[in-house]
Design a protein around this ligand. Structure first.
Ligand code: DGT
Ligand code: CA
Ligand code: CA
Length: 585
């Protein structure tokens, strides 16, 4: 079974449990925590860089984040017998088509169950009967029908591009393999990965060697290759078990700079660069920089040499998109982009503190998060759990629970050395734009993150109003994952971003650049636009587990692609300045 198949099975189990709870079929025995455990495990399996079946054979299932003892037992049974009795028992109460419907973005277990009543045979059948109005005539809601249709469109337009952090970990392994060959003088991961685009179509590598054929022969023997699509003297394309395509170009050391430049792209950047070269009597290609008249190749051992020949500074790979970087490089006015080493803290972290949160509690203790932050060399760390929900708790219960956590964090502040701790929450901006926690409790915090966690498919004006209202609250400091996208799952919602940027800048509110692998939100293009309004940003990981705190560099990549400098990012500031900004004494 592939990772995707296993993940889909676990999601189906989670959905079946949700329905059982909703329908009160043993509902009292199902906990939301259990449902979430299956969903979390599914996500981490989808994103593994090894095949889960291999891990099972090597008895390493326990190494997968989110796979605990009981799930390990079920997965054992799955790989041994091809099925899990416990899962079959849970799922057999439901029409199997329900689990197909759940693949549609925006369709949850309840809608899927409702749809199943209409005796639909397949997703194709569903699309047909929605389009010809049949379902609506039979009593199905017009509004929900429209939502499902757009979900079906989104599903068919899915690109199948890999999220940057996972592509990056594949690339590290491939580079290690390439560099194992003593004939390889240098090897680099290029293309969209080097430009740090949030999703990657295929992986591109370059290697420098005197004898390219030898390197190619070694490359096509790499473990994990399922198909060799193309093999030439100095290039090859292969497919890995995950379906990921990998290109390799091998070039001579004298012109390795030209190869690096060519294969990093982007295509638009290269086209402009080629025109500039032509005007100077030069031609560019992966083989080198050629004097058009003499046919002589000008050596370019490094990329810097190539750009220098063109009388340009070298733009950071992240901004090579022909969106102004070429003009800036010619004028020697490239921005100094923010770097990972500038980051002094992470302010969006979820712990497992018993706050009875509405959703998304973390896996580790607050102390674990603090220790990890110290390990990363941070000066400060902000803990920002989700609060309890109004639907399950009374106002005074919410306040009491938050007070209890505040007390606990205060005691940690006293006992902790070498790092500053900030007491925060990530609260919801609810449907009418008000906040999910009473002001009375918000007052006790060092800082407050507010985010939209529901109603992502509402009208543009409604979503804009919700964010604007939160930006006007004196208690809100940061808006988390502002555009609500989930890569490969849900697009950014539409909103009046200019208005949002204007109000954020005016009220000294900070927009988050969330580095969680499937968020990368605010998006790079919106970061660049927000910068024009002098909006400040914070780069966070939104980690729900300590290891995810290492994703900071991917958040930094989004900021760099948005041309952000360290002065635009509040968590590059030292503790004194941060404490002043949040009014902490
Ligand atoms: P991806 O794979 O879709 O995430 O995007 P890239 O940028 O990695 O694109 P890819 O893998 O097709 O090609 C890698 C680089 O090679 C690309 O960024 C620039 C260069 N390149 C590829 N095709 C062309 C082309 O037709 N013209 C020019 N000038 N450069 C190209
Ligand atoms: Ca590529
Ligand atoms: Ca490619």
């Amino acid at each position: 079974m592939t990772n995707l198949e296993v993940a889909k099975l676990l999601r189906s189990v989670a959905a079946a449990l949700t329905l059982k709870k909703a329908n009160l079929l043993d509902g009292n025995k199902v906990s939301l925590f259990q449902v979430r455990a299956y969903e979390n495990a599914a996500t981490s399996i989808e994103n593994l860089t090894s095949e889960i079946e291999d891990l099972w054979e090597e008895d390493k299932l326990g190494d997968i984040p989110g796979v605990g003892e009981s799930l390990k037992k079920y997965l054992n049974e799955l790989f041994k017998n091809g099925k899990v009795e416990h899962f079959e028992k849970i799922m057999k109460a439901f029409d199997p088509i329900i689990f197909e419907f759940l693949e549609i973005p925006g369709v949850g277990p309840k809608t899927a169950e409702e749809l199943a009543k209409y005796k639909i045979k397949s997703l194709g059948d569903l699309k047909k009967r929605l389009k010809n109005g049949e379902l609506v005539r039979e009593g199905f809601s017009v509004k929900v029908a429209e939502k499902i249709l757009s979900g079906l469109e989104e599903l068919s337009s899915r690109t199948g591009r890999m999220l940057l952090p996972y592509a990056s970990s594949y690339a590290d392994k491939i580079l290690e393999y390439l560099k194992n060959n003593p004939k390889v003088l240098a090897a680099d991961a290029l293309g969209s990965l080097r430009r740090q685009v949030s999703t990657v179509g295929d992986l591109d590598f370059a290697a420098s060697a005197k004898d390219p054929t030898d390197v190619i022969n070694h490359f096509v023997k790499m473990p994990g290759i399922t198909q060799i699509v193309d093999q030439g003297k100095s290039s090859a394309t292969v497919v890995l078990a995950s379906g990921l395509h990998v290109d390799l170009l091998v070039g001579k050391p004298e012109s390795y700079g030209a190869l690096l430049q060519h294969f990093t792209g982007s295509k638009n950047h290269n086209i402009r660069l080629r025109n500039i070269a032509n005007e100077q009597g030069l031609s560019l290609s992966e083989y080198g920089v050629k004097n058009t008249k003499s046919g002589h190749i000008i050596p370019t051992k490094t990329e810097e040499e190539l750009y220098k020949i063109l009388k340009m500074d070298t733009p950071a790979p992240e901004i090579r998109e022909d969106t102004g970087e070429i003009e800036a490089a010619l004028a020697h006015r490239l921005p100094k982009l923010v770097e990972f080493k500038d980051i002094k803290g992470d302010l969006h972290l979820h712990s497992n503190f018993q706050l009875e949160p509405s959703h998304g509690s973390g896996a580790n203790t607050i102390q674990d998060l603090i220790n990890k932050a110290k390990g990363l060399g941070y000066e400060y760390v902000g803990i920002s759990d989700h609060p309890p929900a109004f639907t399950t708790h009374t106002r005074s219960e919410i306040i009491k629970l938050i007070e209890k956590r505040t007390k606990f964090i205060h005691s940690l502040k006293k006992s902790t050395k070498n790092i500053q701790i900030l007491n925060g929450l990530e609260i919801d901006i609810v449907g009418d734009g008000s906040l999910s926690v009473p002001d009375e409790a918000l007052k006790t915090l060092d800082f407050c993150i507010a985010g939209i966690h529901s109603g992502h498919r509402s009208h543009k004006d409604i979503l804009t109003k919700r964010i604007i209202k939160a930006l006007m609250s004196p208690y809100v400091d940061i808006i988390s994952h502002p555009s609500g996208r989930l890569l490969n799952e849900r697009d950014s919602f539409e909103a009046d971003w200019e208005e949002i940027f204007r109000v954020a800048a005016k009220n000294n509110k900070v927009l988050e650049i969330n580095g969680y692998p499937n968020r990368m939100d605010l998006r790079d293009d919106l970061v660049r636009q927000a910068k024009e309004f002098e909006v400040k940003f914070v780069i966070d990981t939104d980690a729900h587990e300590v290891s995810q705190m290492e994703n900071m560099k991917f958040g930094v990549a989004v900021a760099r692609r948005g041309w952000a400098q360290s002065s635009d990012i509040i968590n590059t500031w030292d503790w004194k300045k941060i404490a002043q900004w949040f009014n902490i004494n």
